[in-house]
Ligand binder design. Structure first.
Ligand SMILES: *Cc1c(COP(=O)(O)O)cnc(C)c1O
Length: 434
């Protein structure tokens, strides 16, 4: 499988090169030359297959011949070595719990897959690789954990100061070793902007071996398809596929779901549930893409004002937003609604949602009101404990901290506080590379 740049000014590359580069030289996102169509037998046998076997079949065509089968199998097994269940919440609504990985958010899947692929691809390299990543909260922890102690790789994480939860912050600032955290006085978009600038800086790029671990990287994006196949594998009523609602920020997760659908996975409809950051809901209404400054909300991992992966979704529909709207819609949910529904669902059904999942739940519930013939799944993208600061205030009780989180919270934060100043970042990267 080869990948082309969505800006169409760079040569096509294989999976290995796309993973190492992150972004094409013309600044475009990489996109697979063709979307594999899975055979009917795959869907017929999906319940009998092990989840590892299923996931391997999904990802293998995208990886192609750049690594031996056994290596890819091992990577896939390690990527999904935790449960990803669908849990009934009400009569027609199920939660797809994506958060049972190490850092308690869905990003573990993409980060684990990518870190292992990259580790394999650079193992014979003599130049140290620097992974540069901006995080709105959960990417940082997942990437830090994925790359922790990986030989020949160091990780620099930029995060917006004061805009991530305390668990998120500890996850990305306490590991040490090859993991470095830069705490930026600014927003996630400022962090992302600096990362983009670094990749556009030819002088910098010629001196150090820099790659990204943001969701634009194909090795993070593509394995997220596993969630959707696993949801369908567990879905009881195969003759009436589910509506899936995904709380969205950078649109990587939902983009993987739509890709899975293009490969043949039966899904009734996709809902991208957003918080106050409403660029895509507005786009679907007006067909005008108007990026904004990110607004801070209680679902902070979705505070994105210029979602990078949306362009990939459009690509799957030849840029035709009308065609896209047959299978996809996008709505906004306020913080007030989110708080209200966390309380309500906890009290009524005894299911405690995190603020991101709650945004997905509301969007799904509203959709099903208009389409009562369907039932659906919302992606519960993080464990509520990860946002205990917000959630406890809503439900007026303490959530018991699991042991792992308790000891994490006692660790000492190590970060370098910086302004959103590209020159500082550049010098920092240069100084640590040698
Ligand atoms: C990153 C994240 C999101 C948004 O996912 P995208 O792929 O960026 O749309 C939603 N919920 C949680 C908990 C996250 O960490």
């Amino acid at each position: 499988m080869n990948y082309y740049s969505l800006n169409r000014q760079s040569p096509n590359v294989n999976f290995k090169e796309a993973t190492i580069k992150g972004q094409a030289p013309d600044k475009g996102l990489y996109f697979p030359e063709e979307i594999p169509v899975l055979p009917k037998s795959f869907f017929r046998d999906i319940e009998q297959m092990s989840k590892e076997e299923m996931a391997y079949k999904v990802i293998a065509p995208f990886v192609g011949n750049v690594m031996p089968e056994t290596v890819l199998q091992q990577i896939v097994n390690e990527t999904i070595n935790f449960p990803i269940p669908i849990v009934p919440v009400s009569d027609n609504i199920f939660a797809l719990e994506m958060f049972h990985g190490k850092t308690l958010a869905f990003k573990d899947v993409g980060a684990r897959f990518m870190s292992r692929c990259l580790g394999y691809f650079v193992k014979d390299n003599n130049k140290k690789v620097t992974v540069l990543v901006a995080t709105s909260g959960d990417t940082g922890g997942a990437v830090a954990d994925g790359f922790y102690k990986v030989e020949g790789v160091q990780v620099v994480i930029l995060y917006p100061s004061g805009k991530v939860s305390s668990v998120q912050e500890k996850q990305l600032t306490t590991l040490g070793k090859n993991i470095f955290a830069l705490e930026v006085n600014g927003t996630f978009d400022d962090c992302q902007q600096m990362v983009k600038q670094a990749f556009n800086d030819e002088m910098l790029m010629s001196q150090i071996f820099l790659t990204s671990a943001n969701s634009i990287n194909v090795a993070r994006w593509l394995p997220q398809q596993f969630f959707y196949f696993l949801a369908y594998k567990q879905w009881q009523n195969k003759s009436l596929p589910p509506v899936i609602s995904v709380p969205s920020g950078n649109f990587g997760n939902i983009c993987a779901g739509i890709l899975a659908h293009k490969s043949g996975l039966p899904i009734q409809h996709f809902i991208a549930a957003c918080n106050a950051n409403d660029v895509i809901p507005k786009f679907m209404e007006t067909k005008v893409y108007n990026p904004q400054q990110a607004v801070a909300t209680i679902s902070n991992a979705m505070d994105v004002g210029n979602p990078s992966n949306f362009i990939r979704i459009l690509e799957m529909f030849d840029g035709n937003a009308d065609m896209l709207s047959n299978i996809f819609s996008s709505v906004c949910v306020t913080d007030e609604e989110t708080k209200q529904v966390i309380k309500e669902v906890d009290a009524t059904y005894g299911y405690l949602m995190d603020p991101h999942g709650a945004v997905g739940y509301i969007a799904l519930k509203n959709y099903l009101k208009i389409h009562p013939e369907f039932s659906g799944i919302f992606a519960e993208t993080a464990h509520p404990i990860k946002f205990y600061d917000v959630v406890e205030e809503i439900i007026h009780r303490k959530i018991p901290l699991p042991d792992g989180i308790q000891s994490l919270m006692q660790k000492e934060k190590k970060s370098v506080v910086i302004e959103s100043d590209y020159d500082f970042l550049k010098n920092y990267l240069l100084s640590m590379a040698f």
